[in-house]
Design a protein around this ligand. Structure first.
Ligand SMILES: [Zn+2]
Length: 436
């Protein structure tokens, strides 16, 4: 890519169209105007890129914001009042950008046109080498263009982007395609034949009708309406009471937890197997399984979840707190299972913290929520663990039972216990962020 056109990885914007001579060429300065839309019900705007910064105010779902920078998965935005603040990027929908100018690019080799920035998504067509494309957005390897008045994606390495911009009249602006389905898509099933409407309300225009038993992807929820995406990528609203949710917690409104970045640290991994059960089962297996269940609950609540490891691989201890610092994590939770020198000589779970001022409140809120698990509660304790000691972020280490105690191991290895731990950790975190 030419030096003079240094794209901000996430934010380069303009407007669109594979216009093939449709729009007037303009040599005016390219306005990097990236307008985004709030997709969560409510998002708190903060003074800086993280939950630790003071709140400045709130923006409601559907609010358009101008992005002027980014850091650590947070967007720096300009509010309507011209104030500058920060919002978490994962609660924001940047595909709803409405833009009026684009960078002109030449297609350098035949390129497939994709529905989303994903090589596994639907191929809509092909661009021939030498064609002109107008770039509305670039995100690393992917560039968004207009194609037959739809926003589509091609691989960035098939384009040579010039410094020339085009300005489009409103009539030639693109119809933005539906958002890519979220990775952890929430599906609901309609209980009756249902209308999909343009807006949340009985009087809104009907876009399409779906039969009883249709699966719909929920993009967001506001009051009693779901914003949904159909199998053929139509986006609209259905009344929530006309559909069943497999897990109603999944479609709840945004909370403070939904703004949080949580680093989960499944203890051990790879060659480091951890402690052993009496039958020789590895601690690393259950720390990962439990962390994955916790992650699912946290993601359901809207939180941004980062793993120190998400597979059975060796990750050295020193790198784990560094990952939390880099992510500016609002909480770091390490998952382990204890072991006593002699089998069956100890039982129960413990919540460890290291730093009284930074970690204790988190430990206390998690411990309060873990109370009630079927194993003995050994309470909150100081623990001089490297992942806590070297951590700049609020951090705890949970020892969720003695792996070499046969009663504890029965729980540790059971999905029911892991699921209950996950529920309680999510609840405890939610209380922690409420308290703050
Ligand atoms: Zn361990």
């Amino acid at each position: 890519m030419p030096k003079q056109f240094q794209l901000k990885k996430w934010a380069l914007i303009g407007a669109l169209s594979l216009t093939f001579g449709l729009a007037a060429v303009s040599t005016s300065v390219f306005a990097a105007n990236n307008e985004i839309t709030v997709k969560a019900d409510t998002v708190t705007v903060r003074m800086g890129p993280g939950l630790t910064y003071a709140a400045m105010g709130e923006v409601k779902q559907g609010t358009a914001l101008d992005v002027i920078g980014h850091r650590n998965a947070w967007y720096k935005v300009r509010l309507a009042s011209n104030q500058i603040g920060w919002v978490p990027s994962w609660l924001i929908d940047h595909n709803d950008a409405s833009t009026t100018s684009a960078k002109i690019a030449t297609v350098t080799k035949q390129a497939s046109i994709y529905a989303y920035a994903d090589a596994k998504s639907q191929v809509i067509g092909t661009l021939e080498s030498g064609a002109t494309a107008n770039v509305i957005y670039q995100d690393g390897d992917w560039s968004q263009l207009n194609y037959n008045h739809q926003a589509v994606w091609v691989k960035s390495n098939t384009l040579k982007v010039s410094d020339q911009t085009v300005t489009l009249t409103p009539a030639t602006q693109i119809a933005i395609k539906a958002d890519p389905k979220p990775k952890n898509a929430i599906l609901v099933t309609t209980r009756i034949d249902t209308n999909v409407r343009e807006a949340a309300g009985m009087n809104a225009k009907v876009i399409t009708q779906v039969k009883k038993g249709t699966k719909l992807t929920v993009l967001s929820q506001s009051n009693d309406w779901y914003r949904v995406q159909t199998a053929d990528d139509k986006v609209g609203y259905v009344a929530s009471w006309t559909a069943d949710t497999p897990n109603s917690a999944k479609a709840k409104a945004a909370t403070k937890l939904s703004e949080a970045t949580i680093v989960l640290d499944p203890g051990h991994g790879g060659t480091d197997v951890g402690a052993l059960s009496q039958s020789g089962k590895y601690e690393k297996t259950y720390t990962l399984a439990t962390a994955q269940r916790i992650a699912a609950k946290l993601k359901d609540a809207g939180a941004n979840v980062i793993f120190t490891r998400s597979t059975d691989t060796f990750v050295d201890l020193a790198s784990r707190p560094i990952k939390a610092a880099k992510a500016h994590a609002d909480a770091f939770i390490s998952i382990h299972f204890d072991s006593s020198p002699e089998a069956n000589s100890a039982t129960g779970f413990t919540t460890y913290y290291y730093d009284n001022s930074k970690d204790y409140q988190l430990a206390s809120d998690l411990s309060a929520s873990l109370k009630g698990l079927p194993l003995d509660d050994r309470g909150v304790a100081f623990g001089n663990f490297e992942v806590l000691r070297e951590n700049t972020q609020p951090s705890v280490l949970l020892e969720m039972g003695y792996i070499n105690n046969s009663k504890d191991f029965k729980s540790i290895s059971s999905p029911q216990y892991q699921e209950e731990v996950a529920d309680r950790v999510a609840k405890g975190l939610s209380n922690y962020f409420k308290d703050k």
